[in-house]
Design a protein around this ligand. Structure first.
Ligand SMILES: NC(=O)c1ccc[n+]([C@@H]2O[C@H](COP(=O)([O-])OP(=O)(O)OC[C@H]3O[C@@H](n4cnc5c(N)ncnc54)[C@H](O)[C@@H]3O)[C@@H](O)[C@H]2O)c1
Length: 432
């Protein structure tokens, strides 16, 4: 690995990224910015074409910065896996979804690894970044790569480094979020560390791939469990007629031992609703029954139904039924400021309302259309005066672009699941 480390430090390494989504594209861009030659490989030709044209499809990457690296010849994209043979380092950033049964679906990882195995050569470094259960790197990736006849830690390097990006976060990005790395050997960790040190401010080495895999799952389980706790608090406060938002605001004045989490319509995105179940699956395979993960999942997955109950009660309060009511959803992306609809709880809220006979519409500056199981809708502009004509508005994502004051004055009935109308107390506003 010493030759590779020298090449990396000399910025002569050719760095490959497999999977150019929310994680892979910013990473490839950072490698290019660090002065190395980055090559992105994706099975999606549209993404490859967009990169070649200097067009970004990820919120945190601007067209300008992408085009600059492409023009300078530091960033290229291809659908051809033969490019792997020319690379020195290969980061895998493909999806790791769940099956319907909540079991890990490693299909994409295995497909990517099999392609690498075909072109693997001595001296290369392979790093898995996709979130997955502890043991994936040494139990799944390593044997598949060693089918090439080369040995991990001897002929090629192998490491795991969890991706921690937070899309839409204006303060933290690929460069300034510390990067945890764990290799199958100390030399593999050293090589992975050298690579990230070129483009990431802080690198945190750990003793093994399994520790690195578990770090990410602790972080995401921490979020899932705390969101589950605060969602249950919201349900309790609702039963006790206490304002949960006011409780949280006061609780967070405690300068130690408390961290504010907020209730909402449920969990979304490709991480928090999914990753803890990777851990849960692996724990069960080893005879351990995890309880926090399952309980938090249960509470969080029940939130869309609670929102629908709130909408039903609010309409009932003005002598209307859900059936036939025009219900407008404000914000459907899984969180503020992103164009990501994956696992968004808004979809379940909409499906449930539609099943009860509501006439749905929505607005979201980031999501022009919804074509998901059971839902086919095009976005309406956030403000064009029609909100006065609907029966109820449900705020599901608190995008900064919405004009909440105008909304409060215009809509006859509002169910606010995000406390977006904070401080705005009126009879026609119902909060979670
Ligand atoms: N999105 C996030 O905020 C986030 C944060 C931290 C970690 N992660 C993890 O990072 C991983 C990637 O997530 P993402 O959000 O970037 O996913 P994504 O769906 O945005 O991107 C994945 C890309 O991989 C491509 N792909 C799929 N199979 C491929 C294959 N065999 N070869 C080449 N390309 C292939 C897809 O076409 C897609 O462009 C997941 O494990 C996820 O859990 C995501």
């Amino acid at each position: 690995m010493q030759d590779l480390i020298r090449k990396i430090r000399g910025r002569e390494a050719r760095c490959g990224v497999i999977g150019l989504g929310y994680v892979g594209l910013p990473l490839a861009l950072e490698f290019a910015r660090a002065g190395m030659r980055a090559v992105g490989i994706d099975v999606d030709r549209r993404k490859v074409d967009a990169i070649r044209a200097g067009r970004s499809y990820v919120v945190d990457v601007s067209d300008g910065e992408l085009a600059e690296q492409v023009r300078a010849g530091r960033l290229a994209a291809t659908t051809d896996f033969a490019a792997i043979a020319e690379l020195d380092t290969i980061n895998i950033c493909v999806p790791t979804p769940l099956r319907k049964t909540k079991d890990p679906d490693l299909t994409y990882v295995v497909a990517a690894v099999n392609e690498i195995a075909k072109h693997l050569r001595r001296g290369q470094l392979v790093i898995l970044e996709s979130t997955t259960y502890p043991g994936t790197t040494d139990e799944v990736v390593q044997p598949a790569l060693e089918a090439s006849g080369l040995r991990a830690g001897v002929d090629f390097g192998l490491a795991f480094s969890p991706e921690r990006i937070d899309p839409g976060n204006p303060h933290f990005n690929t460069r300034n979020i510390p990067k945890v790395v764990g290799g199958v050997t100390a030399a593999c960790t050293a090589a992975a560390r050298a690579l990230y040190e070129q483009s990431v401010e802080t690198v945190v080495p750990v003793s093994s791939t399994r520790v690195a895999e578990m770090v990410k799952l602790l972080e995401n389980t921490f979020r899932s469990v705390n969101i589950g706790l605060v969602n249950e608090m919201a349900l309790m406060c609702n039963a006790l007629d206490i304002d949960v938002w006011e409780v949280i605001e006061a609780a967070k004045t405690k300068p130690f031992g408390f961290m504010a989490f907020y209730p909402g319509p449920g969990l979304g995105g490709h991480c928090i609703p999914i990753d803890p179940f990777y851990l849960s699956w692996k724990a069960k395979m080893n005879g351990f029954e995890p309880r926090f993960i399952e309980l938090a999942g249960h509470v969080n997955e029940g939130m869309p139904r609670f929102v629908v109950e709130k909408v039903t009660d609010a309409l009932n309060g003005v002598a209307k039924s859900v059936r036939g009511s025009r219900i407008h959803c404000m914000g459907v992306a899984y969180k503020r400021g992103v164009n990501d609809l994956r696992e968004s709880p808004a979809l379940n809220v909409m499906r449930l309302l539609q099943a009860k006979g509501a006439v749905l519409s929505y607005s979201d500056p980031y999501i022009p259309a919804i074509r998901e199981e059971g839902l086919a809708l095009d976005a309406l502009p956030a403000r064009n005066g029609y909100l006065g004509g609907v029966d109820c508005v449900v705020i599901l994502t608190d995008h900064a672009e919405f004009d909440y004051l105008a909304l409060a004055g215009e809509a006859p009935l509002i169910v606010d699941t995000r406390n977006a109308l904070q401080g705005c107390k009126a009879d026609h506003i119902v909060r979670l």
